[in-house]
Design a protein around this ligand. Sequence first.
Ligand code: 13P
Length: 243
Amino acid sequence: MKYIYGNWKMNFLDQDVNKFIKDFKKEKKPANVEFGLAVPFLHLQKMVKKLQKKCFIGAQNVCYAESGAYTGETSAKMLADKKTCFSLVGHSERRTKFLETNEQINQKIKLLLNNGIMPLLCVGETKEERAEKKTKRVLKTQLTKALKDVPNGKKFIIAYEPVWAIGTGITPEKSEIVENISYIKKVLSENNYLGICVLYGGSVNPENAKSLLGDDIIDGALVGGASLDAKKFVNIAVNLMRE
Ligand code: 13P
């Protein structure tokens, strides 16, 4: 099984969502691929209603607190109430543009799990950290802080997203992805988190899907830009599964 998840980020008006739903339903999807889409809060309800049977629908963020005086925020309980399957946590855009800390990310993960929503935790190094050969150290810190006191046996997904590959058209060599995902899986299993899927994210498109992701250790992709076009999004899966 491969996992092709999309992240719409802050895109799409109602008319674009309607078009995507229509196009996505039309596309022939390969067997053994699970699709998921993290959509803006305002589109959650419609997407759950219209696409839930074909694709897991998730949020892109959740509040680190349970409820109360947090103007503008959305709680895990509210997401569960709208039948949201999963939520992204710790995307690099949230870490850098909204100053999200590893401690907040840890609180978010625990609240999501307590409300029956699967966290999809994003981790990854910056260009500078990579140049200084700190990638593994960064990954280990992000993982252990995010998963502090998270019980074993809970279901979650990790996305390895090198910050420098997001939205740039630049990707690592497959060998580098394999090396870093293997390391993430090693850290997880050392902490008794077993059978956790790890996806790659950063400039994935239908053309590079097979060469970038075609390895048993890579469980799939978290796709940004190319997930805005239903045909491209599905074709990532089609090309990846091609013999
Ligand atoms: P791009 O696929 O646009 O590089 O974005 C990746 C991403 O940030 C997914 O969360």
